[in-house]
Design a protein around this ligand. Structure first.
Ligand SMILES: [Zn+2]
Length: 314
């Protein structure tokens, strides 16, 4: 038996109060956490808890003035920041630091060989957050910060970010589109929120060719989606030879999700996870860190996380 799969969670993630009837609710994490405890593999997971991320790491991706603005907006008791989508409560800044810290903790566990791979059951999500702007429920870009942290602390060169959330991760793409050391791949429903992620967005300057966007029409089911994943994305990913793989693991492309209209089942997440494990074994010493983004039907979310974790553990 090798090192275990890590699951990172903290009840403090529930303290980010997004208000009444907001889809990105504390109940999402509560439902998944309670569900996972009844799953047979739960005792085999390495359970981790986060610490708040130091600002020096958040500043690798975000403007210090923006970080300060998030802090002050929370302290003032504002109900949202930058747009009505991104709800706040006074604790939100601290909890957002804890979400980033969760990803950093998983990266430490994986690079220090305490875990083979790991998943962060975290919120608020991150992939829409820009350098100086919050967007679409996201305050700090958890996965983008994690990629930079892994490069700096563990001296690795190439990071692959796979974003299978149903929405395009505009913030992550913008962070890395000029940088050939990070390959950003997103498959997302299109046309749809946030409106970015055209197939012709392939990176800029030295980073040209290390962004891959695959717009997916509404109604697409597992078979066609996985075929695109395997035939269009995987060859480029193997050619890139990542030293480390991160997943922006939103599960809102599920057929039961209320926010979008793709038709995936849990099995798609299982299949993609298994493919990424093969790639990780090939070039990245098995290192994969995955972090929750979206997913808004509580039952579908719990079952999808289960399928993803089970595949990570196999
Ligand atoms: Zn999403």
């Amino acid at each position: 038996m090798g090192a275990p799969t890590a699951l990172l969670y903290d009840e403090r993630y529930l303290l980010h109060d997004s208000g009444i009837e907001h889809p990105e609710s504390p109940e999402r994490l509560q439902a998944v956490w309670e569900y996972l405890q009844r799953v047979n593999f739960f005792p085999s997971l390495l359970l981790l808890k986060p610490e708040p991320a130091p600002l020096e790491w958040i500043e690798l991706v975000h403007d210090p003035a923006y970080i300060q603005r998030v802090k002050e907006t929370c302290e003032k008791g504002a109900a949202y920041i930058d747009s009505l989508d991104t709800a706040l409560c006074p604790a939100s800044y601290e909890i957002a630091l804890l979400a980033v810290g969760g990803v950093l903790k998983l990266i430490d566990a994986v690079f220090q060989r305490k875990a083979r791979n790991g998943f962060g059951l975290i919120r608020p999500p991150g992939h829409h957050a820009e350098r100086d702007l919050s967007l679409g429920f996201c305050l700090f870009n958890n996965v983008a910060i994690g990629a930079r942290y892994a490069q700096k602390i563990y001296k690795i060169k190439k990071v692959l970010i796979v974003d299978w959330d149903v929405h395009h991760g505009n913030g992550t793409q913008h962070c890395f589109e000029g940088d050939p050391s990070v390959f950003y791949f997103s498959a997302h429903e299109y046309p749809y929120y946030p409106g970015t992620g055209h197939s012709w967005e392939k990176g800029t300057g030295d980073g040209y060719g290390t962004v891959l966007n695959i717009p997916i029409p509404g109604g697409t089911s597992d078979k066609a989606y996985l075929q695109t994943f395997r035939e269009t994305f995987l060859p480029l990913a193997y050619h890139f030879k990542p030293d480390f793989i991160m997943i922006s693991a939103g599960f809102d492309a599920h057929k039961d999700d209320p926010l979008a209209s793709l038709d995936l089942t849990e099995n798609a997440y299982r299949e993609m996870t298994l493919e990424l494990k093969k790639l990780a074994k090939d070039s990245a010493q098995e290192r994969i860190v995955s972090a929750l983004e979206g997913g808004y039907n509580l039952e579908a979310l719990a079952r999808s996380v289960e399928a993803h974790l089970r595949a990570l553990m196999e």
